[in-house]
Ligand binder design. Structure first.
Ligand SMILES: NC(=O)c1ccc[n+]([C@@H]2O[C@H](COP(=O)([O-])OP(=O)(O)OC[C@H]3O[C@@H](n4cnc5c(N)ncnc54)[C@H](O)[C@@H]3O)[C@@H](O)[C@H]2O)c1
Length: 258
């Protein structure tokens, strides 16, 4: 029950990593507001967690809409009586080099993956300063290095990574910690197309030192650690949870080739 009496807001919580994080927090006693753009799925997801010890409510919002995010944060702070943890989990990619991306694609990816972090953080910060709370952002290893053909996603996640560091500096003396988890490949709806393609699945298996994708629960446990008092001296960190992928230089696997 690490999160008993802890008030948590999670975005993009109706699926994948966000849903797993909500489940983890509620399993450990938290009071959670789950948010997502897909209200039906959000409500169904929360319903499936109602036997957990924590208390869960839902509030639908599109994270790329500043006004909706302001309303969401105000709603969470009012109904929970404050806010201790903000998990900025929303994000999505769009395949394409800059020569192939439309301006709309670019804006959509940046809006959902990066602007959302700015909007929610700005709205939540006064509450987090009051509670000496923390933020956990879901960034990506695509924010730590480049990825072929994912220009918008890499730019957005690189922005989340460096915003995480800067927020940590700016608010350390306010008693607010800010960290990010940087997942590698995680088996969620977002990446289903990779698992459905045998060649891509095989290429991932070869590239990931641990030889497999993460389950969403394995990322949720890192989010829970960063949000917990176990991480009381950790701020400004972008923690890779990637089966060892970022430990490699990208050079060929000589052990396998020679
Ligand atoms: N799955 C991976 O391999 C992986 C790897 C690295 C980082 N991530 C990051 O993890 C986060 C969660 O991804 P996931 O894999 O759990 O995805 P997912 O597809 O399982 O869930 C994403 C959720 O976001 C919601 N969403 C989409 N647009 C939204 C919007 N405008 N406003 C609010 N909610 C919206 C969807 O309805 C869905 O419930 C994202 O930031 C993603 O970039 C995922």
């Amino acid at each position: 029950m690490r999160f008993a009496n802890t008030r948590i807001l999670i975005t993009a919580a109706a699926s994948g990593i966000g849903a797993a994080a909500a489940r983890r927090f509620a399993s450990e006693g938290a009071t959670v507001v789950m948010s997502d753009i897909d209200n039906d799925r959000l409500v169904a997801c929360a319903e499936a967690m109602k036997s957990l010890p924590g208390r869960i409510t839902t509030h639908a919002a599109d994270v790329s809409d500043e006004r909706q995010i302001q309303d969401l944060v105000a709603h969470a702070a009012t109904t929970l009586g404050g806010l201790d943890v903000l998990v900025n989990n929303a994000g999505l990619g769009c395949h394409g080099r800059v020569t192939e991306l439309s301006t709309d694609d670019w804006r959509r990816v940046l809006g959902i993956s990066l602007d959302s972090v700015f909007y929610a953080t700005r709205a939540a910060m006064p509450h987090l300063i009051t509670s000496h709370g923390c933020i956990v952002n879901t960034a990506s290893i695509s924010g730590l290095a480049g990825d072929y053909g994912f220009a918008a996603y890499a730019a957005a996640k690189g922005g989340v990574v460096n915003l995480t560091r800067t927020l940590a500096l700016d608010h350390a003396r306010d008693g607010v910690r800010v960290n990010a988890v940087c997942p590698g490949l995680v088996a969620t709806q977002l990446t289903r197309k990779f698992f459905d393609n045998a060649r891509i699945a095989r290429a991932y298996e070869d590239a990931i030192p641990m030889g497999r994708a993460a389950q969403p629960e394995e990322i949720a446990s890192v989010i829970a650690f960063l949000a917990s008092s176990d991480a009381s001296y950790v701020t400004g960190v972008n923690l890779a949870a990637d089966g060892g992928l970022m430990a490699a230089t990208g050079q060929p696997n000589f052990t396998r080739l020679m």
